[in-house]
Design a protein around this ligand. Structure first.
Ligand SMILES: [Zn+2]
Length: 284
């Protein structure tokens, strides 16, 4: 099974969003802040080759944002753009067969489309884009709380062209790739599991755990989560699965733990054992 983490950019956000109700003295050990009290959040995608299909999971923020929004997000590309990093694997946008959107928040599907003189076009002209039906329904009708992140230009043009395929819950995409509904962050949020018989399963967690520490601590829930109590329930289920299967967990937003295992330490506390460090050095 071949897969690669694909950096698409980094943003700098107010920790109140990602850390929610967790008191600062607890999270500061895990999460650095800069002089403006912002904390970094990577925007990584996953590239998967399975059964002759080239699959891309999530597409980052994309390049349609106005200058002011780029400044507000602190959006930067320290490891290159999505297209550049696909290029490093010898791929052009034409080579992507399937795009899986874990959900439709702008930091996950902004790269679905791009803008040129002809309007808004699919970034991956030959791809089918997969999203949960419930996620699209919620994104199509954002409310006062979600309208800042559900940006129609990232998915409505695809829907109008018949390029979105709606999933109804857990779905086997290929023999080794399946999506699982991991409700809580949004109602239609999905994570993606890669599994064959040879290696431990890999879970692209998405915002079930925005940072690695969110996966280990059930009650650490972001302020963005629409259904925080559902997140806690969902997390409990997948913590058990991760421990039982020694799963490799990919944390797409974490700048210091890119891949890890969930383990129980000698004190009986769950924590993430680092398999691959992230993009930023951080003493903690
Ligand atoms: Zn996110």
């Amino acid at each position: 099974m071949e897969w690669h983490i694909i950096p698409t950019g980094r943003v700098w956000v107010d920790p109140g969003g990602a850390l929610g109700l967790v008191p600062r003295p607890l999270w500061i050990e895990h999460q650095p802040v800069d002089e403006h009290h912002r904390t970094p959040m990577d925007l990584n995608s996953l590239l998967v080759f399975s059964e002759g299909k080239t699959i891309l999971i999530d597409t980052g923020m994309g390049h349609k944002l106005p200058k002011k929004a780029i400044k507000n997000w602190g959006l930067e590309w320290p490891e290159g753009t999505l297209i550049e990093n696909l290029g490093a694997h010898g791929l052009s946008p034409d080579d992507i067969d399937i795009v899986i959107d874990t959900h439709l928040h702008s930091d996950h599907c902004g790269g679905n489309t791009y803008i040129d003189g002809n309007g808004i076009l699919p970034t991956f002209p030959k791809a089918e884009y997969l999203v949960q039906r419930m996620e699209f329904a919620d994104a199509y009708h954002p409310d006062a709380r979600t309208s800042g992140t559900y940006l129609a230009e990232n998915y409505v043009p695809l829907w109008k062209e018949g390029r979105l395929k709606f999933l109804h819950g857990d779905t086997q995409i290929t023999k080794t790739v399946r999506t699982v509904l991991t409700r809580g962050h949004t109602r239609g949020h999905q994570s993606v599991i890669l599994s064959d018989s040879k290696t431990p399963p890999v879970m692209f967690v998405s915002d079930l755990a925005s940072y690695a520490v969110h996966f280990a601590r059930k009650a650490w829930v972001t302020a963005y989560d629409i259904e925080p109590l559902e997140t806690i329930k969902t997390k409990k289920k997948w913590q058990k699965w991760a421990l039982e299967n020694s799963a490799i967990l990919i944390f797409q937003h974490d700048t210091h733990i890119r891949q890890g295992h969930l383990v129980v330490n000698p004190k009986g506390k769950k924590e993430i054992e680092v398999l691959q460090s992230g993009s930023l050095e951080y003493d903690h």
